[in-house]
Design a protein. Structure first.
Ligand SMILES: NC(=O)c1ccc[n+]([C@@H]2O[C@H](COP(=O)([O-])OP(=O)(O)OC[C@H]3O[C@@H](n4cnc5c(N)ncnc54)[C@H](OP(=O)(O)O)[C@@H]3O)[C@@H](O)[C@H]2O)c1
Length: 267
């Protein structure tokens, strides 16, 4: 896909993977709409894009609020802003056992990333389908593909996003609209400060996978867009874990349980 002159929308663009992706898209010549809740941090990413000669604007919105998302898209539609590229990167969620998770927290875990990606995508699709072109990239977590203990609600939300991404790709077959899952391993973003306790619960086996930077994930998103990839997994070591999981799922479960944060390991 030609990124120069495209209109791209990035969620979670105030921080981490989303902010790095917004900057990378702008460097490749796309005009970028940045979505997240916090105006101050969004505006600082917009300023850095503009200083580098790119085009960007900030749109503060709580993506867990379907009506707020609709109101924003009504405004964008009225201005004729119809993104041809969407990167759904907004996400949050602590890693908790089921009995530690209140119903409200579970709803929040599901709301961002999964509901948010759904709300945004449903408003972007009509214009993409009419243009017979577009690309939706959903940023996901390894836990969408490999089970590990200590993060039941987080895990369910990433499975929901993965299932949605897969089904959407099949729905859109032959329409000219592409759909990609980008799955990074651990990323050196602010995610761990914003969601306390996550690092402590990561399975020790995951320490074998090198941490990647938000810029590396952004590069993978650009690669997926330019090379029309269905799924991009990084770094290479994570691909080996996925291959091992496919070939020997019980071995992978054993590894997750032995090195992870299950009830048995904390009692
Ligand atoms: N970091 C990792 O190791 C890693 C690895 C694999 C996958 N992932 C996944 O990738 C996604 C992005 O992670 P990240 O590392 O970039 O995290 P991050 O630095 O914490 O960024 C999360 C972004 O989501 C936005 N956000 C959260 N709740 C929102 C809401 N209700 N409405 C609108 N925006 C919201 C945040 O902005 P505001 O707070 O301003 O709204 C922020 O821009 C997450 O789903 C995460 O699970 C992360």
């Amino acid at each position: 896909m030609n990124l120069r002159g495209a209109t791209a929308l990035v969620t979670g663009a105030s921080s981490g993977i989303g902010a790095a992706t917004a900057r990378a898209l702008a460097r490749h010549g796309a005009g970028v709409l940045l979505l997240a809740r916090t105006s101050r941090t969004l505006e600082s990413v917009v300023s850095s894009v503009r200083r580098a000669g790119g085009q960007a604007e900030a749109h503060p919105v709580d993506l867990s609020d379907a009506q707020a998302v609709d109101r924003l898209f009504d405004v964008l539609d009225a201005r004729g802003l119809r993104p041809g590229i969407v990167v759904n990167s907004a996400g949050a969620g602590r890693w908790l056992f089921t009995e530690e998770t209140s119903p409200a927290e579970m709803v929040q875990q599901m709301a961002v990333p999964y509901f948010a990606a759904f709300y945004v995508t449903r408003r972007c699709l009509p214009a993409m389908l009419a243009a017979r072109a577009g690309h939706i990239v959903n940023v996901n977590s390894p836990v969408a593909r490999i089970g590990w203990p200590g993060a039941a609600g987080y895990s369910a939300a990433r499975h929901a996003l993965y299932g949605y991404t897969h089904a959407l790709r099949l729905d859109l077959h032959g329409t000219g609209v592409r759909v990609t899952s980008v799955i990074p391993g651990r990323v050196s973003s602010e995610y761990f400060d914003r969601n306390p306790g996550v690092l402590e619960r990561a399975p020790r086996a995951a320490n074998l996978i090198p941490t990647v930077t938000p810029d590396q994930v952004a590069k993978a998103v650009i690669y997926a867009l330019q090379h029309k990839r269905r799924v991009v997994v990084l770094p290479f070591m994570l691909r080996l874990f996925f291959a091992l999981n496919a070939a020997a799922p019980r071995l992978m479960e054993w590894l997750a349980v032995r090195t992870g944060y299950g009830h048995a390991s904390v009692s």
